[in-house]
Design a protein around this ligand. Structure first.
Ligand code: MN
Length: 341
């Protein structure tokens, strides 16, 4: 709508608009990334869709709810195998570009890139060789800053067992609340899992905040929804230094920490001594539904699980059904993948 502008200005504006639009057209195979600061960058892993239909079904809920709740311009960074790629394309077809553009990263290529880091870390955060999280790619979180191009300065990293009830722009705007030092934003884990994992340390240190419930404790984090300031990670030493395998090993020893949940174990251990690096997201941006740890911890469970306020993202972790708006439930397959938190 440019009714009163002279033709020359109109032409110039139209050309500019056209250029911006063309710049945004980045069909899936492209590896170039639009570095427009206004775009939201979103990363997830989608693999094993062909061998596990639950993963495919949950991704349907994820993708449809994301698109239904926002009209923001989004660049999706999808780490995929062949089946995952087909599936992502199905829900984010090229017809939704340039508003939603997809950049694919091959699962095996990324694994090669991060394998040494994962090998260094995995002994502390993986319970056995058969663990779901033994798949190295699921430990990519701490080193995403190496995998994504430098043009990507901030990113939201999520699981795909989520349902969006609110506009992802609200989550993206949480970056504005980061302090100068904070590089990662996560919501607390909604179960007493780190209360359990830190139990030896807690026994020896009565009253410690380590593993204790919110609001005063350090209950640990859930990595289903994560904000990362990649630019700060790349530019400052503070974050990269704490990933030194020797220091992580010392920290795990000191707190007698033996996890089994992958990268969220690392954040939940690091926050104990490096709290300044972490921004705590409100629980309603990662409303976890799994109640697995209620058994054995009924006395404290609600202190961890309670979450007031309207849900903005449901997280159907450990295969828990995500409630429908009308009260019926769907998408549940409890017990199938307890390891996937
Ligand atoms: Mn999950």
């Amino acid at each position: 709508m440019l009714p009163s502008l002279p033709p020359m200005i109109c032409k110039t504006l139209l050309l500019l608009v056209l250029l911006v639009c063309l710049d945004g057209v980045n069909p899936g195979e492209s590896t170039s990334v639009n570095d427009d600061d206004e775009r939201i960058h979103l990363m997830f892993i989608l693999t094993n869709v062909d061998s596990n239909w639950h993963i495919a079904r949950r991704f349907t809920i994820y993708a449809e709810s994301l698109l239904a709740t926002t009209d923001a311009a989004i660049t999706i960074h999808a780490i995929v195998d062949d089946g995952g790629k087909r599936h992502v394309r199905k829900y984010f077809p090229e017809s939704v570009a340039p508003r939603v553009q997809v950049v694919f990263y091959d699962r095996d290529d990324v694994t090669d890139q991060i394998l040494q880091f994962v090998t260094d870390m995995r002994s502390h955060f993986s319970s056995s060789n058969t663990s779901y999280y033994h798949d190295a790619i699921f430990f990519v979180g701490p080193v995403v800053y190496r995998v994504l191009p430098d043009t990507v300065k901030r990113v939201i990293i999520t699981d795909t067992d989520l349902k969006f009830l609110a506009d992802i722009r609200g989550l993206w705007s949480r970056f504005e609340q980061f302090t100068d030092e904070q590089v990662i934003g996560l919501a607390h884990d909604a179960q007493p899992v780190y209360y359990h994992i830190f139990h030896k340390h807690r026994q020896a240190n009565p009253g410690t905040r380590v593993g204790a419930p919110p609001p005063d404790g350090l209950p640990g984090f859930n990595s289903g929804v994560m904000l990362q300031d990649l630019e700060k990670m790349r530019d400052a030493d503070a974050y990269r230094n704490v990933l030194d395998p020797k220091l992580v090993a010392q920290l795990a020893d000191k707190y007698q920490f033996k996890g089994h949940l992958g990268d969220q174990d690392l954040y939940s251990l690091l926050v104990v001594e490096h709290e300044h690096l972490f921004h705590t997201l409100p629980c309603n941006w990662n409303r976890q539904l799994c109640r697995w740890w209620e058994r054995g911890y009924q006395d404290v469970f609600e202190k961890f699980f309670n979450c007031d306020g309207p849900v903005k993202i449901y997280h159907g972790n450990c295969g828990t059904a995500i409630p429908e708006g009308d009260g019926t439930e769907t998408g549940g397959d409890a017990g199938l993948e307890k390891a996937e938190l």
